[in-house]
Design a protein around this ligand. Structure first.
Ligand SMILES: N=c1c2ncn([C@@H]3O[C@H](COP(=O)(O)OP(=O)(O)OP(=O)(O)O)[C@@H](O)[C@H]3O)c2ncn1[C@@H]1O[C@H](COP(=O)(O)O)[C@@H](O)[C@H]1O
Length: 110
């Protein structure tokens, strides 16, 4: 079983790439290009996930979701965030039904 440590290890690598030579690293090059370039990759990878889902190949879908997760992690790194921040948010939501959460939000908004 692969644990969340994989995400933490990749996040450490991404953080180190902030100060690496863009010529030597894909991540460093992307981070140096700036926020719009990272956002473009996230949008591209999201679109590729949609196409892979329709394609019917589970392997293709897994690879495209990995690309999307990876580029989302680059975006988190750009903003000084880590996978832990997302995991804490998911943990906070654990056991809260989406329907209940939506109803509570609607009640709050009046
Ligand atoms: N997990 C990944 C990873 N997943 C995908 N990619 C790269 O993401 C890029 C995006 O792929 P696309 O499918 O859009 O293909 P592309 O047309 O070649 O990309 P563009 O020309 O549009 O940028 C490809 O170059 C992939 O190799 C990754 N690059 C790096 N990592 C991890 O990040 C670490 C640091 O990487 P470097 O910065 O390159 O050393 C690596 O050790 C890995 O752990």
């Amino acid at each position: 079983m692969i644990h969340a440590e994989v995400l933490f290890h990749i996040a450490d690598t991404l953080e180190a790439r902030k100060s690496a030579d863009p010529k030597s690293s894909y991540v460093s090059e992307l981070l140096h290009k700036g926020e719009d370039a990272v956002l473009k990759k996230v949008a591209e990878e999201a679109a590729e996930v949609l196409m892979a889902s329709k394609d019917g190949s589970k392997l293709h879908l897994v690879r495209e979701v990995a690309d999307l997760w990876f580029h989302s992690m680059v975006l988190l790194t750009y903003h000084g965030l880590r996978p832990d921040d997302v995991l804490v948010e998911l943990k906070r939501r654990e056991g809260i039904s989406g329907h209940d959460e939506k109803a509570a939000r609607a009640a709050q908004q009046g």
